[in-house]
Design a protein around this ligand. Structure first.
Ligand code: ZN
Length: 269
């Protein structure tokens, strides 16, 4: 829907590989992985070697670098929405919308965190390494969320894959982004009296929503296997499925016995 209203998304759509089975998200995690493999080493090199030496009066100043890094969340939005058109699943649309908002905000969070490295005189080397490490991990984590889009078909019946990459993605963002960023910001605030971004509030909310997602997973969406058909369904859908699955099995068995009965009659005739 939105992809059709953003011209550049149509352009991206043409560039990326389309799966003949109709799953438009097949190429997205590969595309982001390729992007991250090239992008992260460049970020590490820039902030380890010369980011603090950039001249504020020159054209290529720290603000220009921040603006360049901010292109990354925009690329993510274009990548996702350019593949979000053919599927009509409500669950998939909801997941895509939440994914775009949260991942975009997390990517901007990393860019904002890297800003501390423009002036390293107030930052210890261990904090510098922690900022670069967790920011780099954050740039790679959308691969998990995009793989969930490829892996999960978001069927209305509640059928889900046995392994939830969405849970892995939520746990990873909790452990490698929001908790470390909150700790680093709190440390810089109290130890060095540095200005702290309002995104510290986002980290607190991110931790709360992360735990809420984990609770929801274990109470509603955890994959549960049906013994009759051996498929996995969300916990909230498994009871309805088992009823439908048993009645379908009984129907098939009744039809089978009728056919046998008719066969026997024909034999006798
Ligand atoms: Zn079943």
């Amino acid at each position: 829907m939105l992809s059709s209203s953003i011209p550049i998304c149509g352009l991206f759509r043409g560039w990326l590989v389309k799966n003949p089975k109709g799953n438009d998200f097949t190429a997205t995690y590969v595309a982001w992985l390729s992007y991250a493999v090239h992008f992260v080493p460049q970020v590490v090199t820039i902030f380890e070697v010369f980011a603090d030496e950039l001249d504020k009066d020159s054209f290529l100043n720290p603000n220009f670098l921040k603006l360049t890094l901010s292109i990354t969340p925009m690329i993510f939005v274009c990548l996702v929405y350019s593949h979000h058109k053919s599927r009509e699943s409500f669950a998939r649309k909801t997941y895509v919308q939440i994914l775009v908002s949260s991942v975009t905000l997390d990517l901007f969070d990393s860019v904002e965190m890297l800003e501390y490295l423009f002036d390293k005189k107030f930052i210890s080397s261990s904090v510098e390494i922690a900022i670069i490490l967790f920011s780099s991990i954050n740039f790679c984590l959308p691969v998990l969320a995009l793989y969930e889009l490829k892996h999960n078909e978001f069927r209305e019946t509640g059928q889900v894959p046995a392994v939830s990459f969405k849970l892995l993605y939520v746990l990873s963002f909790l452990c490698f982004v929001n908790v470390p960023f909150l700790a680093i910001r709190a440390y810089l605030w109290h130890a060095f009296k540095l200005d702290v971004s309002i995104l510290i509030a986002k980290n607190i909310l991110g931790i709360y929503f992360g735990f809420a997602e984990i609770y929801e997973y274990y109470s509603e969406t955890m994959p549960t296997r049906c013994d009759s058909c051996n498929e996995t369904f969300a916990k909230s859908h498994i009871k309805n499925h088992i009823k439908a699955c048993i009645s379908t099995t009984d129907q098939v068995e009744t039809e089978g016995s009728d056919e046998i009965h008719e066969g026997q009659q024909k034999t006798y005739l």
